[in-house]
Design a protein around this ligand. Sequence first.
Ligand code: XLS
Ligand code: NI
Ligand code: NI
Length: 437
Amino acid sequence: MAAAFPKISKIAYEGPDSKNPLSFRHYNSEELVEGKSMKDHLRFAVTYWHTFRGQGADMFGVGTAIRPWEDGTNSLKMAQKRARVAFEFMEKLGVPFYAFHDRDVAPEGKTLSESNKNLDVVVKVLKAEQERTGIQLLWGTACLFVHPRYMHGASTSCNADVFAYAAAQVKKAIEVTHELKGAGYVFWGGREGYTTLLNTDMAREVDHLGLFLRMAVDYKKKIGFSAPFYIEPKPKEPTKHQYDSDAAACLNFLRQYGLLGDFKLNIETNHATLAGHSMQHELEVAASANALGSIDANTGDTLLGWDTDQFPTDLYLTTQVMLTILKMGGFTTGGTNFDAKVRRESFDPVDLFYAHIAGMDTFARGLRIAAAIRRDGRLAEFVKNRYSSWDSGMGKKIESGKTDFAELEKYALKLGEIKTNTSGRQEFLENLINEFI
Ligand code: XLS
Ligand code: NI
Ligand code: NI
C-alpha cells in the first residue's frame, strides 16, 4: 500500500526551541518525570472515530475533510485499507495506544451476523498492525447510538428486542477487545437517557441499565477478559438527560446495583463542563472513590454549549488534570485518549498531526508543571496545614469515630468563641500556580 502521509516522517522530540511544526517541543517520550517515562505517565491514545471517520460535517454542512486515501465508500475493503492508514499515522505520531467503536473500524452489515463477520475481517488487520507496530488497544467499545434502532436508547430502550440486540453487539465488542488484548472496555451510554419524561418510565429504564451491565460483567468473567470496564459520564447530548450524567451519578448508580467493584470511570473534559463541573472536579470525585480509570482528553469552547471535542491546548487544564493523576499515583490500565476532532476548517491531512502534537505537547507540559508544583511542595503543604485541626485533639477524635453529639456539645460549650479561622488564600495560591506555568 502506498503511504497515506508520504511527506511526513516520524515526529521527533526537538526541544522547546524548535520551529518545526512537525516536531514535539515538550513531549519527550523517554524523559523521566517522578521516576517514570513521559510515555508511561501519559499513555496517549488516538481515537479512531474522530481521527479516521470524522469528515468535518456539522448540523449545517457536509464534510470538508480532505482524506486522499478514502474512496468515498463504507466498504469492507475501505475499512481494511483505512485500518492500515490509521496505523501509519499512529506510528509516525509515536502514540502507544488507540481506541475504537466496533462500527468505526468495520461497516455495519445488513444483519447482525454480517456485521460480526465484517468486524472479524477488520480485527485481523488491526491485530496484524498491532503486532507489526507494537501499538496497543487502550479500550474498545460498541456504538449503540448511530443506528435508528437505538433511537429510544440501547439497554434503556422501551423495546426489549433492542436491549437484546445491544447485548449481542456488546458481547461481540467485548470479544474483539479481548482478542486484541485491549487494556479496557468503555461504556458510554450514547442514548441511555430520555428526551421527555412524558413517555419515560425512568426507574424501569435505569433498572435495565443495571441488568445490562451486570450481564456484561458476568460475560467478561466467563471469557476471562480481565481488563477493567469503564463508564464514561456525560449529562446530555444526544439525549436531553443521560442517566450516566456525571461522576457522582455514575458512582451512585454503580453502588445501587452492586457494580462498584466492577467498574471505573473514564472522565472526559467536555462532558465535565457540559455537566457544569470542571474536569478536575470530576477527576477528584472519581479518584476519591478509587474509581478513576482513564481520561478522554479534549476540551469544549466556553462560549458554545455543546460537546465540541476540541484538542486540549490549555496549560491550566492539563496541569490540573496531571496534578490529580499524579496524586492518585498515575494511570494503571487507563490513559490519555484524545477524544477530539480537528475543526471543520482544519481540513488537511497534516492538521491531524498538528492537532495531536498540540495535545501531546500540552499534556507533556502539564505533566512537567504538575511534577514541579509537587516537588516545590508549597501547595500540598498549604492544604495539609489547612486541615491541621484534624490531626490532633478533638479533630482527631471525630475522624476516628470515637465521639458523639453529646460530647461535642460539651466541648463546644467550653470553647467560647472559635479561634479565628485562617485565610483560604485563593488568590495567593492561583498566583503560586502561575509561578510554574
Ligand atoms: C461522546 C463520547 C464517545 C465515547 C465513546 O460524546 O465521548 O465518543 O468516548 O463512545
Ligand atoms: Ni469520550
Ligand atoms: Ni464526548
